[in-house]
Design a protein around this ligand. Structure first.
Ligand SMILES: [Fe+2]
Ligand SMILES: [Fe+2]
Length: 183
């Protein structure tokens, strides 16, 4: 008699590997988005305050990325094969939104962080058996929520075409998450 292999239950090691892989990819994407925004806004007169705000958020993304770099190594997780895609797509998304204006750049952050907040919340709920990883994700989720707050305070919702821009970016993030879990 043959048995079908069961899908990985939540909290299993395969499941946790997928979590680390997608989070590592996501934090890398976040770093690239901010690099793209800064490349544009640093050349714009009058954008100094936005540059400062974005630089602060980018430093926190670097901290998140470093932590997931460490986890990838410690737990021997295969990183996403899509790194070259996120390298280009992240930077392009950042540069394009910044080119549309400072408020559009913040609209991008608000949209991305809304999806990441949901994503981290669902991981936290599934990580009862891995308090170390759970604690780290809780810590990062608080930063992401603060980034979203900052972006909204900076006028994200006043960006031209906000609704469409936001929905498009959120849809893209959800696809990127699905892909990076597996590939
Ligand atoms: Fe982050
Ligand atoms: Fe963030």
């Amino acid at each position: 008699m043959t048995r079908k292999p069961k899908p990985a239950p939540p909290g299993s090691s395969a499941d946790i590997e997928a979590m680390i892989r997608v989070d590592h990819a996501g934090e890398y994407g976040a770093v690239r988005i901010y690099q793209g925004q800064l490349a544009v806004l640093k050349r714009r007169k009058g954008a100094e305050r936005s540059v400062e705000t974005i630089e602060h958020m980018a430093e926190q993304e670097q901290r998140h990325l470093k932590a997931f770099d460490r986890l990838i190594n410690e737990r021997k997780v295969r990183p996403t094969a899509l790194e070259p895609v996120w390298r280009i797509a992240g930077f392009a998304l950042g540069a394009a939104t910044a080119a549309m204006g400072e408020k559009a750049a913040f609209a991008c952050t608000a949209a991305v962080e809304e999806v990441i907040d949901e994503h981290y919340a669902s991981q936290i709920a599934a990580l009862e058996d891995d308090p170390a990883l759970k604690g780290q994700i809780e810590d990062f989720r608080a930063d992401e929520a603060a980034h979203r707050e900052t972006a909204l305070k900076e006028g994200a919702e006043q960006a031209p075409g906000y609704k469409l821009l936001s929905e498009t970016i959120k849809a893209g993030c959800r696809v990127a998450i699905k892909l990076s879990e597996r590939i």
